[in-house]
Design a protein around this ligand. Structure first.
Ligand code: ZN
Ligand code: FE
Length: 251
């Protein structure tokens, strides 16, 4: 299987997994035009669309793709009501696509119905975990998002994180504002700067990498806990997480 990213809008990625025959699965097609161009270029045969949540920058291209490929299967969480949705999927469901298993993981927080799809080694986590960052809490609570991060953190360290936005540079700038001396974050900042200067994507990331550079996965880090002490009374991991999310909102 081959992973391809398609750029959309300002900073979205639409991920495509394709097999050796050219059959492909498309994740979160927020717009159809760049996907149709990629399909033509690679001579793919789209078999399915996987949707993580209801926002327009993730589902906006579905209608046109369905018109072009009436046989395409469309999977998404209950929060999405799209004409032609093949099946509503939820935590614990497993889809068999391109001869691979895709398991559905509930990852609420950004939206209440947000789900992620894991097909080893690829995780399609939409707007939940970003490289060095965390999706905004439009519908859920910090605790829900914290639990979603714990779920993701249970996956193997070599998991490839395929999130839906190129927000890495600003996320790592935020991390650096909190932990200016941190060796991992400083090194990653230089890597990210170099990639973005060349207009290269910083994704996919790996879970191993995220455990080093993503402060939202480092809620048990003594340096962060010390930093939080002046703002919050209790420094349990979920409290640190909520503190980080609030600080990022104001950054
Ligand atoms: Zn979103
Ligand atoms: Fe988004």
């Amino acid at each position: 299987m081959k992973l391809t990213s398609i750029s959309a809008f300002q900073d979205n990625y639409i991920w495509v997994l394709s097999d050796t025959e050219g059959k492909c699965v498309i994740v979160d097609p927020g717009e159809a035009a760049p996907v149709l161009r990629a399909i033509a270029q690679h001579q793919w045969q789209p078999v399915a669309i996987l949707l993580t949540h209801h926002h327009a920058d993730h589902v906006g291209g579905v209608r046109q793709l369905k018109e072009n490929y009436p046989e395409i299967a469309i999977y998404g969480p209950a929060e999405i009501s799209i004409p032609g949705l093949t099946k509503v999927v939820q935590e614990g469901d497993c889809l068999r696509l391109l001869n691979h298993d895709f398991s559905v993981i509930a990852t609420p927080g950004h939206t209440l119905g947000h789900i992620s799809y894991f097909s080893y080694p690829w995780l399609f986590c939409g707007d939940t975990l970003f490289s060095a960052g965390c999706g905004r809490l439009f519908e859920g609570t910090p605790d829900q998002m914290y639990q979603s991060f714990q779920r993701i953190n249970q996956l193997p360290s070599e998991t490839l994180i395929c999130c839906a936005h190129e927000y890495t540079e600003s996320n790592v700038a935020f991390a650096l504002s909190l932990l200016p001396e941190d060796e991992y974050i400083n090194r990653f900042y230089r890597e990210v700067k170099a990639l973005r200067a060349e207009k290269q994507p910083t994704l996919p990331s790996t879970l191993a990498k995220e455990r080093q550079v993503n402060v939202f996965l480092r809620t048990e880090d003594p340096d962060l806990q010390r930093k939080a002490k002046k703002d919050i009374l209790f420094q349990q991991p979920n409290k640190i997480f909520a503190w980080l999310r609030a600080k990022k909102d104001a950054f």
